[in-house]
Design a binder for this molecule. Structure first.
Ligand code: NAP
Length: 426
């Protein structure tokens, strides 16, 4: 276990040059995580700013953990509500946001008064350790922020210990729905508090009334960020008949013009490699299945000439709901387009999923905007916006996409217990 006081050059009292050296080494090791996972430099820098925003936000929220005074039903009583930290929080995070998925949880946990044990993903463990060094520099007491990196062979065992140990009061997990279900079963034995940020299958609906150019810009951002490897990335496009051909043509043009696969340190690069061979195989499998059932490849469709885990940003048309890519999360740079006729049909397709994290739609019709925003079975809706995550807003899903919310004024509640105190005999 790495504790927050295990920094290689001592605690918070180190000199200016020591601090700079440590800053540089932290920066370097975080870069290794991003290099390992293939996130282009610009996106990696964006993630660092996003991660820091959770620490700033929750540092402020700590000052607003208000209790309550409730008017009592009996004259000789006074009734109070106190909010208290839940206790030790175990935090298990994925590789696709090696920093932000940690700070979004740890910021809230520390602000609530909890200590944390972080188990980062095997593919990107260094950011969690670099954050430990930052915790030292910030003067976080020893033992408050703890990291347990482990090999994939040990992951299940470590996960089980964290989720069953009676000393741990809270599990906060971000990752796949399949893993989330395993952890929920473990946590049930000691009835722990849980927060689950699980997989998505985001629909992106473009209605006839949409501003097509705006929809194309949103589609590009929402689908291909992090090469399609975010839980809120669009997984299926639903485009209304009247606007379908124009949307597909403009989307294909934008993909070819604006997306650049390559070395993440090259300023032009927007698409790095996928995380591993298995991820590439899943994209290939979804494309093969769709094409075998009649889908057309509009652009892309195969491994990129750069080799290894690089894949061409791909757009498919003539897609139906029978195809695998519209039934499960691809988690890669594949955009399948389904043509639909009516609003009711689009909403029914969008909601025919056992998960519900994010959903997007484009419309210029105010009545339709209200109707569809209310009907979509997801935790987060982007209306005429393809990128919607921010620290002030509650992040989380419904159905099998999870339990609880992160960020925003609600995020801190996940780490607080409500205690009712009744003082009698007054
Ligand atoms: P994953 O396989 O579930 O892994 C996530 C984390 O769980 C990793 O640290 C992993 O460790 C660990 N893990 C795996 N099996 C475990 C077990 N039996 N016990 C304890 N820990 C275990 O997820 P992934 O495939 O890496 O990440 C992609 C998924 O995460 C997608 O489905 C995506 O939608 C979802 N996600 C959701 C959100 C959200 O906020 N809702 C955000 C980002 C990603 P190892 O690395 O050692 O395997």
């Amino acid at each position: 276990m790495v504790r927050a006081d295990d920094g290689e050059q001592g605690g918070a009292g180190a000199d200016h040059h020591g601090r700079e050296r440590r800053y540089e080494s932290r920066h370097r090791i975080q870069m290794i995580d991003y290099t390992m996972m293939g996130k282009p430099l610009k996106e990696a820098q964006g993630e660092i700013v996003y991660s820091a925003s959770f620490l700033e936000w929750f540092a402020e929220e700590a000052r607003r953990i208000y209790g309550d005074v409730i008017p009592a039903s009996a004259k000789d009583r006074r009734v109070l509500v106190l909010k208290q930290p839940v206790g030790v929080a175990a935090i298990i995070t994925p590789w696709n946001f090696p920093s932000a998925m940690i700070t979004r949880k740890v910021g809230a946990a520390l602000a609530a008064g909890c200590t944390v044990v972080v188990k980062p993903a095997e593919d990107t463990p260094l950011s969690a350790l670099a954050l430990g060094e930052l915790a030292n520099q910030a003067g976080i007491p020893a033992g408050v922020y703890n990291v347990v990196p482990c090999s994939r062979q040990q992951t299940a065992a470590v996960g089980e210990v964290l989720c069953t140990d009676p000393l741990v009061s809270k599990i906060s997990f971000t990752g796949s729905t399949a893993t989330g279900k395993i952890l929920l079963k473990h946590a049930a034995g000691t009835v722990k508090r849980v927060s689950m940020e699980l997989g998505g299958h985001a629909p992106f609906i473009v209605f006839d009334s949409a501003d097509v150019d705006r929809a194309v810009a949103g589609a590009l951002a929402s689908k291909y960020r992090n090469s399609g490897q975010t839980c809120v990335c669009t997984n299926r496009f639903l485009v209304q008949k009247g606007i379908h051909d124009e949307f597909v043509e403009k989307f294909a043009k934008a993909i070819k013009k604006e997306l650049h696969v390559g070395n993440g340190f090259d300023a032009k690069t927007t698409q790095g490699p996928l995380i591993n061979e298995k991820a590439v195989e899943k994209v290939e499998k979804h494309i093969k299945d769709a094409v075998s059932q009649g889908a057309s490849i509009v652009t892309g469709g195969k491994r990129h000439s750069l080799g290894k885990n690089f894949f061409e940003p791909t757009l498919l048309s003539n897609v139906t709901t029978k195809m695998l890519c519209t039934q499960e999360e691809t988690f890669g740079p594949l955009a399948p387009v389904i043509k639909f006729e009516t609003e009711a049909e689009a909403v029914a397709i969008a909601n025919a999923a056992n998960v519900g994290l994010a959903g997007y739609f484009y419309s210029q019709d105010p009545a339709q905007i209200w109707r569809v925003a209310e009907q979509l079975e997801v935790g987060m809706v982007g209306v005429n916006e393809g990128i919607i995550s921010s620290v002030e807003c509650p992040f989380g899903g419904v159905k099998e996409s999870g339990l609880g919310r992160e960020g925003s004024k609600y995020g801190i509640d996940e780490y607080l217990e409500i205690k009712y105190v009744c003082i009698g005999g007054l």
